[in-house]
Unconditional design. Structure first.
Length: 503
């Protein structure tokens, strides 16, 4: 395909750039020499990505025809990498409406090609018997193919890569449970694919001839059961052979809660994954190779995909995670501006301390909070709060960190998300646990006197109704222990870090 402006460099629109695949596709397209525009509801989430200065970022939503139409101007190839995920009874309609708007706006703007990453579905299973997640992904593909714009639909089963939901689910189930009582879907045949191959096919699809308007099955060379995948993971990770006992009565709903308790993947995301695994998902063809040829050793074997993913995890080079995109149903409102805000009550808990360490030493502790480092106060209380959140379907405390030392806007951090970061000065986190209101936690590293620093910490809660007020007053007696201890221990950790020569 030749670009509209004749330069040879394609102009690509990427939707879902804040998500797991989209966040990895953008740098691949840039490396291939293309120009990239990203459509994001919250452009600030892309601000700290390494490629942010090379890509154009515009504000908009795939369900909003006006903003989407503006983003489509002068675009050659539009990547559709968004989906509503089963966040409520209306998610299929949301997906359907978004796909229609996307196709209409792409046709009106003269886009040359749409590329969509969907799910692999069994050919012999009627749509009404598919899981809602798979059924919706298939419907989106059909709507885009019927849009009047040449479309490539890539259908993948389980994607294996550092930080993917499928990889994290497999990893934690295998590592934490040497003996497992499992759902019957562990015996279903699957054809997993490495995320590197998915990205290669996505980038290569941009150059397909105009007459190509169809779907392609994409998968790796191995066809195996989920039980085989767990045993192979154990072998690659050098763990003992796992004892796996399937139990037929574990429904997808029950098994998703089981996965949610054992792994960092919450039940809301585990359920569509588990429902999809009930069906045999094996490629019927490999026609994609006619348009995007496989090189030596491609596509990657399952063992190679695992090795590459584990290496990235061990080297702390996970660029995006399944939690990169906001979890459905969690709050996303920014912190209200105060003291001028007039929208209602705001409860605050403020702690301040002078610290006998440099601002740099203090900031390193602040930016390194969460994950394996914990929250510097009453670990049992934080753990219990995380378990309570998991039990009511929340994300819990086990999402950890993408990077052990560095944070960026949009990163998930246990049951928080980074809403703002001013390196060396401010870290603001927005709560994503289930709460009767909205909550934030701010941590400041400020310059003090005589080379010392000043630590300021503020917890903010905006209650929703009477229950929200009751919640704040019920937990406020524990704030001295939790928040007070947190400020005290962060200050101590900064002093120890500087004394240890890390400042």
């Amino acid at each position: 395909m030749e670009s509209k402006d004749g330069s040879g460099r394609l102009r690509c629109l990427v939707t879902g750039a804040t998500g797991y695949i989209g966040g990895r596709l953008v740098p691949e397209l840039l490396e291939a020499g293309h120009r990239v525009r990203c459509l994001a509801r919250t452009p600030e989430k892309l601000r700290d990505h390494p490629w942010a200065g090379e890509a154009e970022v515009v504000k908009g939503d795939v369900t909003d025809a006006e903003s989407l139409g503006a983003a489509m101007r002068d675009i050659d190839v539009a990547y559709y990498l968004v989906h509503a995920l089963a966040s409520g009874p209306g998610f299929e309609r949301t997906d359907r409406d978004a796909a229609r708007v996307f196709g209409e706006q792409a046709r009106a703007a003269g886009v040359r090609r749409i590329v969509y990453l969907g799910g692999l579905t069994p050919a012999d299973v009627p749509d009404q018997e598919l899981s809602p997640h798979l059924r919706s992904r298939a419907e989106v593909g059909r709507l885009l193919l019927d849009s009047g714009v040449p479309t490539t639909v890539l259908r993948a089963a389980v994607i294996i890569g550092s930080g993917s939901a499928s990889f994290e689910m497999l990893r934690y189930l295998t590592e934490r449970l040497p003996v497992m009582v499992t759902p019957s879907w562990v015996s279903t045949r699957i054809q997993p694919i490495a995320v590197r191959d998915v990205l290669r096919y996505l980038v290569g699809s941009a150059h397909m001839p105009a007459e190509v308007n169809r779907g392609f099955d994409i998968g790796g060379p191995d066809i195996m059961t989920y039980r085989d995948m767990m045993q192979k993971y154990a072998a690659v990770a050098r763990l003992r052979h796992r004892l796996i006992l399937p139990v037929p009565m574990l429904s997808p709903g029950l098994s998703s809660h089981w996965v949610g308790l054992v792994t960092p993947v919450p039940a809301s995301i585990a359920r569509p994954l588990a429902e999809s695994l009930r069906f045999e998902v094996v490629c019927d063809e490999h026609d994609i190779a006619h348009y995007v040829p496989d090189g030596p050793g491609q596509p990657f074997s399952f063992a190679t995909a695992l090795s590459l993913a584990l290496q990235r995890v061990r080297e702390a080079r996970v660029t995006t995670r399944w939690s990169s995109a906001s979890t459905p149903g969690i709050p996303s409102d920014p912190l209200p501006t105060d003291p001028d805000w007039a929208g209602g009550s705001l409860y605050t808990d403020v702690r301040e301390r002078d610290v006998d360490a440099s601002p740099d030493a203090l900031w390193r502790v602040v930016e390194g909070i969460g994950g394996d480092n914990g929250w510097y106060s009453f670990p049992l209380a934080w753990a219990v709060r995380g378990w309570m959140d998991r039990l009511v379907g929340g994300v819990g405390l086990r999402r950890g960190r993408r990077d052990a030392q560095r944070l960026r806007v949009g990163d998930s951090l246990d049951f928080w998300r980074v809403e703002e970061i001013e390196p060396g000065r401010l870290l603001r986190l927005r709560a994503e646990m289930r709460l009767p209101g909205l909550a934030w936690l701010e941590m400041y590293a400020e310059k003090g006197e005589d080379g010392r620093s000043h630590y300021r910490q503020r917890a903010v809660f905006h209650p929703a109704g009477l229950l929200g007020h009751a919640y704040w007053w019920s937990v406020s007696p524990f704030h001295a222990v939790v928040f007070g201890g947190m400020a005290r221990n962060i200050a101590r950790a900064a002093v120890r870090g500087q004394a240890g020569g890390t400042a």
